[in-house]
Every structure is written in structure tokens, then in C-alpha cells.
Design a protein around this ligand. Structure first.
Ligand code: NAG
Ligand code: NAG
Ligand code: NAG
Ligand code: NAG
Ligand code: NAG
Ligand code: NAG
Length: 817
């Protein structure tokens, strides 16, 4: 792509020696002074050798090729700034001169100036000027008194690097904005710009040239992020964002919080792309904006909100208390009609303000704001209600419980609703006779997570009735139900037929207490039959336990028990069949793990979290699983996770939530220290196992079997080491980083997992918090050191191991105390 120039190390004597000859030698400078000029082929490098200035061209058809003077990341190559974007050179005769007055000029072979630094800003005489590249990628024109006369950071192209700013200076009228390239291989001025609009309360807007109705409003700054750009500013462990607004200047910039190399690019199709450099020196696309159709400006019109429905398309609806302006429904289009008040406002007399939480704030082009950020929400309400044309108000800054005042005049456009982002806006409404209930969505968000499981229970309870109906009167009969177990009993003959008389062809493997067979019922339903072999005295307790517990559980992330068979010599449990086996089958297998991209893995992590939450909190019983591991997470045809194997689970009644046992059962690598050592278990033991499992899903490595050339830590120790060295970007399996566009989500998962595996149970979050952490963007606490992060910490109990199965390492450990 780039035609690379042969380079010879910068050896000054070489250049002296060859100066008068016809040979051309390429030089690599670290500083350029008025004595030198940078010829095509020469380069200027930053002291750390990360950035380079020089001439480049793209692989293009035309001859002679367009050449540009640019600044780029050397490895991997990425252009970040171009001097002559609209004035390309033809051929390789270009050179860059620095005059002794401190002017930087780019000439072509005929000594015509194609670009000059003074064209950007008035120059003044400099003393012994020099040109160099700062480690931040800033090309600096400075002098011996360190007076900066020009810098490339003041002339942004399509890329914003750490420390660069977007904004406007009101005194000098200077603006810092991004402009896209024309095409991927043509850096000349393209169609899209990203700039801060300072007409009202400052907001960041991405616009398309020649199409005024097309834009994406990242929106105003709320102290933490831009109101309409969750991916571009929200608080996370990766970047610090800074937004400053004063009478002189408004500006926005970011810096990486950890040792990350990153660039933000406005690409030629109008998308913002955040790239992060991986340890393999590749640019990984971390996120993009706009994210979906709802991000585009006001596609639903005034007083409407845009939402993404289950079919992944945008749909419009009116805010509560508003009705469509024309007709009942309307099509998505820019400049759509939108909605009007159901009850017209009445200029203060009987108007009320209703809170709409979780919103992207409306367009602030026609707004007023309290520039000192001092007013309270109540001051703000009073100010708004005293002016008839004020339609809404909000805090300018949502930090510290909210402060500052922002008022809107005129219709409110370009809003959207977020489930875990956005902020409160108070909208003026006419007072209606019927009581108007403002939506308390903040409360609802939390509530709804908790209630998902409850709803599911209800749904499955219905399904369950259907299953019962279906089989009653056929081969199933109601038996155990009378013993309060509410479980269909299946006839042994039916199971024999279904499994072809327990043929070895149908043998699936060995479960917690005996062989497992695949079967197919007469109606085609596939089942898995877990048997407790009669000859083995072991496992009877586990079997009973499993029947007792799982019969009472219904959740889409728990494996579903269809029935059982106890009349026979061999006791059996009949489950729905899971065609994709278990999670360990995928994540620890080099080939099969490729089938699990990040989206699928996140879905699996979320599913396991919800399943556990249900066990811990929302089911009729409170249950601690005690043996959560990759092998006990089954996958259905759509790769949805189902927690299985309740042989070791414990249920609790009432408020009890922890206990101790002398019989430590579980699987090493997944057991928290307080349990493995003292036999003390609680819901937090499952949280620990869950944390281990999440790290295994992200890394594709087992905790216990983990090996690393540099140390003898287990997986937890390895991740912890990288974490404290700010190298968590190196944690995920390589494939994941290559294909995903959500690096920050992966890193957030690592963070949550580390919180789950902390040494002390009381430091670990409960599953309800974990589910919330996955679903929101809020900042997370710093994790403390994990429990069992070295292999050596595990007590040697091999003498008392009793393997529960051949391939698994579940153990039952009897502790003599
Ligand atoms: C550029 O600088 C070189 C010496 O470094 C000088 O010989 C040449 O005349 C300069 N060209 C222009 C156009 O200023
Ligand atoms: C140059 O880089 C250093 C850090 O490497 C930074 O602190 C400084 O502000 C930069 N100077 C300019 C003018 O960009
Ligand atoms: C941003 O503007 C403020 C004044 O509002 C100024 O003090 C600050 O230096 C500016 N930031 C940058 C990176 O120039
Ligand atoms: C621009 O970015 C979007 C979003 O990441 C991407 O789909 C598209 O391919 C990019 N366009 C180009 C030309 O790189
Ligand atoms: C929406 O668009 C569809 C197809 O373009 C059209 O048939 C329908 O009448 C439109 N509805 C309204 C309310 O404009
Ligand atoms: C209400 O606010 C608008 C916009 O700021 C302003 O033009 C108008 O004078 C105000 N009216 C009153 C009565 O204060």
C-alpha cells in the first residue's frame, strides 16, 4: 500500500560525502534546522521512533503518483497528519525547507510552494528555529527560547491523537475540527467534519458537506461524556476525557489512562473509529460511532424518541404525554413530523415539568446555560418556568448529584432513550386532569433486571404445564408429583426405545454420577438421559439432590429437566438435549474456539450470570451451585448457555446465605480459598467460580492447567500480573481482539471477573451487581488481589480425591478436622 522508501541510518558524514555527487541518500533526522531540508525519501522521526514525518503515496493508478508530506505511525503504518492534503506533489522532487525566520515550506521540483506553516498562523521571527516530532505525535516548530510558532496539533486532519483537542477559541476564532479524507487512498478534503458547535450549550456534531439535514449529534458534555455518544466518551478504565468550557475557549481532548496507543479517526464514510494498538502491533477497531440509525439527527422529529427494536431497526415513539403530529404512525425520515403535546402548555399558569430519565439531551443549538455551573436544579426550574418559551431544563453537569442549568427554547429534537446511559431532562407539559405519572425509569432499570428472571419463571411455568399435559395419559404418569416433587415420571420402556436400549452409539459421556445417553422420543424431541448406575454405590446423594433442586427450578439459563425415572433399577434423569455439548468443549479447543466470537462469548457470560443470579436470589429456593465450571455449562443449538449438574448444589431457606461443611466438594481451579481451605461457602463462592470461568472464556485457557514461560502463576495470577502492570489488553485470546469491535467491553469483563475472584468473599460483588456491571457503563471499583493466584497455594489433597468423573476434575474432599 505504502511505497516504502529505502532508508539508511542517519549518518551525517554520509550526507557530507555524497552531497555533491548525483547519488541520493535517504536520511533519518531527529531534528531539522534551517541548514537541512527534508527531501523526498528523507524522514524525521520522534525520539522514541514511533512517529515519522516524510513523503508517501498510496498505491494508485495514475502516473506520476500523487505524493504527500505526512506524519505517520511507523508500526503498524497509519497516517495521522498530512501537510499538502489538497495540493499533492507529482513525483519525488518535493522537499521541505525551514527558513531561518522560522517558516516551514513545502516545495515541488519547480520551487513552487505547495504548503506553508505560516499560512496556518501569523509567523514571527524565531531565533534558531527547529522542527521536531514530540513523543505524542505532535510536529513542533519551535526555537531556542522554546517559543512554539506552529504545531501540527493545531491543524488536525481526520485523526485525533491523545492530547490533541477539538474545540474553538472565541478570542482568535481558531477552530480545531476533523475533516475526513476523500477516499481511503486520497487524503484530500472529504465530505465529513466533526466540530464543536458553540451556538448554544456547546455540542459535538458530525456533519456532511452539502447535506444540511444529515448529521450526527454526539451532543453536549455532561461532565462525564457526550450525551449522545456512549462509545466515545463514557467513563471506562481506558481513557480520561477532558472537556473545558470557558469564556476564552471550549475544547475536548482525551488521553489513555493506561499504556495504550490509540487514535480516533473520522473515516471517509463519516464514521468515527477508535483504534487501539494490540501487543502484536496491530490496529484493532475498538468502537465506532454513530452506532445505529437512531444516532442520526432527529429522524423521529420533535418530542419523539428513537429506539432500536428487536429486528435491529429504528422505530419512533412519542414521549409519554405527547401524540404523533400527523396520523398514528410515521415513517422514519429526516425532518419527520414528530409529536405534539397531548395537553397544550399554558404559559406557566398550570404547566408542570415532568422528568424523563435516561435521555440523550435534545439539540442545544437554541439553548441557554449557566456558564458558571452554579445553579441548582430548583433554580433552573424556576428560571425555566418564568419564561413562556422555555420548553425544558436539565443539569449541565451530572456529576456529584447534578449541578448547573441548561434551558431549551423551542421544540425539543433529536432525543433518544438509553437503558444505562443518558440523563434526566425535565419537560414542560400542560397540566391534564388525569393524574400524570412521570416515568421513574432510573428505578425501573434496576428493577427490571431483577424481574427478568421472575418473568421467565412465569413463562417457563406455562411451558411446564404444557409438557405435563403433553405426556400425561401417555407414557408419562403423575407419580412423584404426589410426593411434592412436581416432576413427570417417564416409563423405562420409553427410555429404552428412545436410547436404542442404551446403545453405545448413543453414549454421550459420563456425568456427575454415571453415564449419559442421547435419546429421541417418539415425537422427535431429543433428550439426554443421565443415569445413576446401580452397581456404583456412589452418587446416590448427588442424584437425589439434583432431582430435588432442579425439579423446582426453571430458567432459560439452567438446563431443563423433563422428567425422571425411579421405578427402575437404574435411576435416571431426563433432560432436554444440548447439541453443542459443554463450554469447555469449545473454549479450550484451538479449532472450535474460533467458532465463538466475542459476541457469542459475551452472550454466554451474560447467560451464566443471569442463571446464577436466578439461583442465588430469584428462585424459590436460594441455591449455591458449588461446582460452576466450563464443563457444567451446556450450550444449546443457538449457543445459549445452560448451567447444569446440580449434584453438589445446596439450597437455603429464608435469610440464611452461608454455611460450612466438612465435606469440601467442587473443582480445583474454581474453588475460592475460604472454601477449599476452611470449607466455608456462600453465594460468594459461586461468584468466585464465575470470575474464573469468565477469565477462561476470555483467554481460552484453563485456570489450573495454565502455563506461562515467564512465571509459574495460574491463570488468575497471570491476569492479575498483567492488570497491575496496566497490560490487560494482553489478556484476551488473540482471535477475539482481531475480530471484535468492542475492546472496551472485553476489558470491562476482565475487570468484573477480577472483582469476582478477589481473595475476600466480602469484597466480591454479588451476582445482582455483576449483572448490573455488565449492563451499564458506570465506573467499577479497583479489584484487590485475587485468591489463589499462584499454583502453589492449593493444598495438596490428592490423597483424598475422589473423582466424580473421568474427564472432569470435580473432587470430593473429606477433611479430617
Ligand atoms: C531550501 O534549503 C536549501 C538548503 O537547506 C537551500 O539550498 C534552498 O535554496 C532552499 N530552497 C528554497 C526554495 O528556499
Ligand atoms: C510533548 O510531549 C510531552 C510528553 O511526551 C508533553 O508533556 C508535552 O506537552 C508535549 N508538548 C507539546 C507542545 O505537545
Ligand atoms: C482548553 O481550554 C482551556 C480554557 O478554556 C485552556 O485552559 C486549556 O489549556 C485548553 N486545553 C488545551 C489542550 O489546549
Ligand atoms: C468507516 O468506518 C465504518 C465503521 O467502522 C466501517 O464500517 C467502514 O468500512 C469504514 N470505511 C472505510 C472506507 O474504511
Ligand atoms: C411509510 O412508508 C411505506 C412504504 O414506503 C408507505 O407504504 C406508508 O404509507 C408510509 N406510511 C406513512 C404513515 O407515511
Ligand atoms: C425568554 O427567553 C428568550 C430566549 O432566551 C428571550 O429572548 C426572551 O426575552 C425571554 N422572555 C422573557 C419574558 O424573559
Amino acid at each position: 500500500m505504502l511505497q516504502s522508501m529505502e532508508k539508511i541510518p542517519s549518518l551525517f558524514w554520509v550526507s557530507l560525502f555524497l552531497l555533491s555527487s548525483s547519488f541520493s541518500v535517504s536520511l533519518d533526522y531527529s531534528v531539522i534546522t534551517p541548514r537541512e531540508s527534508l527531501k523526498d525519501g528523507d524522514t524525521l522521526s520522534s525520539s522514541d521512533n514511533v512517529f515519522q514525518l516524510g513523503f508517501f503515496s498510496f498505491d494508485q493508478e495514475e502516473q506520476p503518483q500523487h505524493r504527500f508530506l505526512g506524519l505517520w505511525y511507523k508500526q503498524p503504518f497509519a497516517v495521522v497528519w498530512v501537510a499538502n492534503r489538497n495540493n499533492p506533489l507529482y513525483g519525488t522532487s518535493g522537499f521541505l525547507n525551514l527558513s531561518s525566520r522560522g517558516d516551514l515550506k513545502l516545495f515541488d521540483g519547480e520551487h513552487r510552494a505547495l504548503w506553508s506553516s505560516s499560512s496556518s498562523k501569523a509567523s514571527k521571527t524565531a531565533k534558531n528555529p527547529y522542527l521536531k516530532i514530540n513523543c505524542t505525535g505532535n510536529l513542533l516548530l519551535s526555537d531556542e527560547d522554546e517559543v512554539l510558532s506552529w504545531q501540527s496539533f493545531d491543524d488536525p486532519m481526520n485523526t485525533i491523537l491523545a492530547g490533541m483537542k477539538l474545540g474553538k477559541n472565541f478570542k482568535t476564532q481558531k477552530e480545531w475540527s476533523l475533516t475526513s479524507w476523500k477516499t481511503m487512498k486520497d487524503p484530500s478534503t472529504g465530505e465529513f467534519t466533526l466540530s464543536l458547535d458553540t451556538r448554544g450549550f456547546p455540542q459535538l456534531i458530525l456533519k456532511k458537506k452539502g447535506d444540511p439535514s444529515y448529521s450526527y449529534r454526539l451532543g453536549s458534555w455532561n461532565g462525564l461524556s457526550f450525551t449522545g455518544a456512549p462509545a466515545m466518551g463514557r467513563e471506562n478504565s481506558l481513557f480520561d476525557y477532558k472537556f473545558t468550557s470557558s469564556e476564552q475557549e471550549v475544547n475536548y481532548s482525551w488521553t489513555p489512562r493506561r499504556q495504550l496507543v490509540s487514535r480516533l479517526v473520522l473515516n471517509n464514510t463519516g464514521k468515527l473509529q477508535r483504534f487501539i494498538q494490540s501487543k502484536q502491533h496491530q490496529w484493532i477497531l475498538a468502537n465506532t460511532a454513530p452506532e445505529d440509525e437512531c444516532d442520526y439527527y432527529s429522524i423521529c422529529g420533535a418530542y419523539a424518541v428513537c429506539g432500536i427494536n428487536s429486528k435491529n431497526t429504528a422505530s419512533c415513539s412519542c414521549l409519554q404525554g405527547f401524540k404523533p403530529k400527523s396520523g398514528r404512525q410515521w415513517n422514519i425520515s429526516r425532518g419527520a413530523d414528530g409529536c405534539v403535546h397531548e395537553t397544550p402548555t399554558n404559559c406557566g399558569k398550570k404547566d408542570i415539568f415532568v422528568r424523563f430519565p435516561g435521555m440523550k439531551l435534545p439539540d442545544t443549538s437554541w439553548s441557554w446555560y449557566d456558564s458558571r455551573n452554579k445553579m441548582t436544579l430548583e433554580d433552573c426550574r424556576i428560571k425555566c418556568s418564568s419564561n413562556c418559551s422555555c420548553t425544558a431544563y436539565a443539569n449541565t453537569d451530572i456529576r456529584e448529584g447534578g449541578k448547573g442549568c441548561l434551558l431549551w427554547f423551542g421544540d425539543l429534537v433529536d432525543m433518544r432513550e438509553y437503558s444505562s446511559f443518558g440523563q434526566d431532562v425535565y419537560i414542560r407539559m400542560g397540566f391534564a386532569k388525569k393524574e400524570f405519572k412521570g416515568r421513574e425509569k432510573v428505578g425501573m432499570v434496576v428493577g427490571s433486571v431483577m424481574s427478568i428472571a421472575v418473568v421467565l419463571v412465569a413463562v417457563f411455568a406455562c411451558c411446564r404445564k404444557r409438557i405435563l399435559k403433553r405426556y400425561r395419559g401417555e407414557n408419562w404418569r403423575k407419580g412423584i408429583e404426589e410426593e411434592e416433587l412436581d416432576l413427570p415420571i417417564l416409563d423405562i420402556k420409553m427410555i429404552s426405545i428412545a436410547t436404542d436400549d442404551f446403545s453405545h452409539v448413543n453414549f454421550l459421556g459420563r456425568g456427575g454420577f454415571g453415564p449419559v445417553y442421547k435419546g429421541r422420543l417418539e415425537d422427535g424431541q431429543e433428550i439426554a438421559v443421565k443415569t445413576l448406575s446401580a452397581c456404583s454405590g456412589q452418587g446416590v446423594e448427588e442424584f437425589k439432590n439434583e432431582v430435588k433442586l432442579i425439579a423446582k427450578l426453571q430458567h432459560r439459563n439452567l438446563v431443563r429437566l423433563l422428567g425422571c425415572c425411579i421405578q427402575c433399577e437404574e435411576r435416571m434423569l431426563i433432560y432436554e438435549y444440548m447439541p453443542n455439548k459443554s463450554l469447555d468443549f469449545f473454549i479450550f479447543d484451538e479449532r472450535r474456539s474460533k467458532e465463538l466470537d466475542w459476541e457469542k462469548r459475551m452472550n454466554i457470560i451474560n447467560g451464566i450470570a443471569r442463571g446464577l443470579l436466578y439461583l442465588h436470589q430469584d428462585s424459590r429456593l436460594r441455591i449455591i451451585h458449588r461446582d460452576l465450571k466450563a464443563g457444567n455449562v451446556l450450550l444449546d443449538a443457538d449457543m445459549n448457555p445452560k448451567i447444569s449438574d446440580f449434584g453438589l448444589a445446596k439450597s437455603f431457606g429464608g435469610d440464611q446465605s452461608e454455611s460450612s461443611t466438612k465435606r469440601v466438594v467442587g473443582t480445583y481451579g474454581y474453588m475460592p480459598p475460604e472454601y477449599a481451605i476452611d470449607g466455608h461457602f456462600s453465594v460468594k463462592s459461586d461468584v468466585f467460580s464465575f470470575g474464573v470461568l469468565v477469565l477462561e472464556i476470555i483467554t481460552g485457557k484453563t485456570n489450573r492447567g495454565f502455563h506461562h514461560a515467564d512465571h509459574d502463576l495460574n491463570l488468575l495470577g497471570h491476569v492479575w500480573k498483567l492488570w497491575i502492570e496496566d497490560r490487560e489488553i494482553e489478556v484476551p485470546e488473540e482471535n477475539l481482539l482481531k475480530e471484535t469491535c468492542n475492546v472496551s467491553e472485553i476489558l470491562r469483563c476482565i475487570h468484573v471477573a477480577l472483582l469476582c475472584v478477589q481473595q475476600k468473599p466480602e469484597d466480591r460483588p454479588n451476582m445482582a451487581s455483576v449483572v448490573l456491571m455488565f449492563g451499564s457503563d458506570g465506573s467499577l471499583p479497583h479489584p484487590k488481589q485475587p485468591g489463589f493466584f499462584t499454583n502453589r497455594n492449593v493444598p495438596d489433597v490428592s490423597s483424598s480425591l475422589s473423582l466424580r468423573s473421568v474427564n472432569e476434575v470435580s473432587i470430593t474432599m473429606l477433611q479430617g478436622r
